[in-house]
Design a protein around this ligand. Structure first.
Ligand code: FMN
Length: 310
């Protein structure tokens, strides 16, 4: 599984240890960003992202590696220490840059099949407020399933947090990791998300912002398409010397797909050059002619599978 952690602080204290430990328990590829070290800009309030395009944001380039890592992740973890009853300013400044992705504007389709976790630690109180600060964004981005984990560590330094507390956190995070692993690849948003999506859909039919309306129309969301319905199937592209071939199959995670491709690369009959036929037969894919853009492209020459961004 792919996990992207956004740490709302630069240092490795209590919040870092809990967030990192959860990611390790889930297992897979972990990508981490620290705020403000990796992104420390404040939204300038130009509204170019809302009214025109996110790539008109003056911080677009700086934000891109984090956006990409979140879009490609199966699980997004937002973690922050409690500062004056809320998430850190660095975390808030970061989240402000994704207002254009709120369901009311232009949500990213892949969010609806992801899991998100918010984690906060306090010396005493405030985790509820801090977690809400972060969970609100995940919800409005459309993230399919959101978990909240907040804890009072009764200390300001991880080194001084009691062993008993560390052990009890370890237990809770193990249980959470199990839940997340069990749900991977089968995420469907809840009724609240679907309800808000339905309201936004009606609004976008006769919207007032062209950029948003175009997005909803292009996705087919003002018609019958829904971002979570694609969950059942996926389209991939195989590139090799014979050309580009599009395949339609049941949805699986990127890791699973990578494993299947590697497996077929090992066992297909090289004399008959039957990689595609073998892949289709073994893992139930069908060749299709034309379609929307494929979600992943696999380049056989270099054996690399990449998630496409459109
Ligand atoms: C600026 C600042 C504000 C804080 N505000 C609160 C607060 O409102 N409530 C609280 O219980 N702890 C507060 N704390 C303490 C931290 O939230 C707490 O020690 C947390 O576990 C630190 O996490 P870290 O080790 O990841 O930095 C504050 C700490 C700082 C530096």
């Amino acid at each position: 599984m792919k996990i992207t952690i956004i740490h709302g602080q630069n240092h490795k204290g209590s919040t870092y240890h809990l967030a990192h430990s959860l990611a390790e328990k889930i297992g897979g590829n972990i990508t981490e960003f620290f705020l403000p070290k990796d992104f420390g800009e404040f939204c300038v309030g130009c509204t170019a992202c809302f009214m025109d395009s996110e790539n008109k944001c003056p911080h677009y380039e700086k934000l891109s590696p984090i956006t990409r890592a979140m879009d490609e992740a199966d699980v997004i973890i937002l973690a922050s220490p409690v500062y004056v009853m809320h998430a850190s300013g660095a975390m808030k400044a970061f989240l402000d840059h994704y207002g254009y992705r709120f369901m009311v504007h232009r949500p990213e389709e892949r969010m609806f099949s992801k899991q998100g976790v918010v984690i906060s630690t306090a010396a005493g109180s405030g985790t509820k407020g801090a977690n809400k600060d972060m969970a609100d964004s995940l919800f409005w981005w459309g993230v399919g399933k959101v978990y909240k984990h907040g804890t009072a560590v009764f200390e300001t330094s991880w080194e001084r947090v009691s062993e008993k507390k560390k052990q009890s956190e370890d237990k809770k995070l193990s249980a959470l990791a199990q839940k997340i692993k069990a749900r991977n690849g089968r995420v469907k948003p809840g009724i609240k998300t679907k309800m808000f999506f339905g309201v936004m859909r009606i609004m976008q039919k006769n919207g007032f912002n062209k950029a948003d309306m175009d997005h909803w129309k292009a996705k087919g969301w003002t018609e019958k398409n829904r971002p979570w319905k694609k969950n059942g199937f996926m389209i991939i592209e195989i590139e090799y010397y014979k050309g580009d071939i599009l395949l339609l199959g049941k949805r699986r995670s990127q890791d699973q797909l990578q494993k299947e491709l590697e497996e077929v690369e090992k066992i297909y009959n090289k004399n008959e050059d039957n990689f595609i036929e073998f892949l289709c037969k073994k893992y139930v894919w069908v060749m299709i002619d034309k379609t929307e853009n494929p979600e992943y492209t696999y380049d056989r020459d270099i054996g690399k599978l990449v998630a496409n961004k459109y």
